[in-house]
Design a binder for this molecule. Sequence first.
Ligand code: G3H
Ligand code: 13P
Ligand code: ZN
Length: 311
Amino acid sequence: MSLINTKEMLEKAYEGKYAVGAFNVNNMEIVQGITKACKDLNSPVILQVSAGARKYASHTYLMKLVEAAVEETPVPIALHLDHGDSFELCKSCIDGGFTSVMIDGSSLDYEDNVELTKKVVDYAHPRNVTVEAELGRLAGIEDEVHVTEDSASYTDPGQVEDFVTRTGVDSLAIAIGTSHGAYKFKPGQKPQLRFDILQEVEARLPKFPIVLHGASSVVPKFVEMINENGGKMPDAVGIPEEMLKKASQMAVCKINIDSDLRLAMTGTIRAYLNENPSHFDPRQYLKAAREAIYEVVAHKIKNVLGSAGKA
Ligand code: G3H
Ligand code: 13P
Ligand code: ZN
């Protein structure tokens, strides 16, 4: 098999009322943990790379890791740029072998977002690369950019038809109350998503794939593991899994998960080193971390995404 774009993958997810997991990758163990789970559960998957990941590991290393995974994993796999913030970054990823890119113009004025997104679509489509864009603004942290709750805003469903028609984009990320990072709701605050906005977007864009960013559930087991082993993450809280499951049965066809992988990896390594203070072979704790990544991804496929057996 070779890398594919997200077109057919997301169309099938829409028809089948499930979502494809889009997991952020930064190193070999993360790539291996994710793709082994997808192989065992026969699930399609999107591996996504942020600008920060590309800076950390380099385009070439990430490309080669993903190529190795494709060779060993007989399921549909797309390689996607997460939160591309410029035409140049998207172009560089398209020219370098990515099969899908996100151009995130959500911080721009509406007309500037339309213009930038269309420019990326015009470059991507002749090269068989799909494009995701964003309308509305999520709170939280992306790379070093911190979007405060005040400057975050829900997607205006009144804009979506115009945006999709004028840009020709393949999928659309919307803001309905999810946010990036491990602190999505304040202590005592009841987690809520604006399903009414999702429903209205769905009615205005029939059969069009919607994307949810900031969709980690901040798995309590791993937060506890971090806190019990010298970490300090009080009040870390995510999106309840039933809400994500409900969204995946609606128009949401791609669900982005990064924080849950980070928490699993960090918690597991902290616990491993605490329990085995004399160990100093990185293969030992990285193996445990890779198994934790596998566990999280398998759990999401079975209990949130519904993508098992859909490869
Ligand atoms: O939405 C952002 C993703 O979690 C990627 O995070 O930019 O720190 O790699 P990063
Ligand atoms: P989380 O921080 O909720 O994992 O969101 C990840 C994301 O949206 C990547 O684009
Ligand atoms: Zn995101």
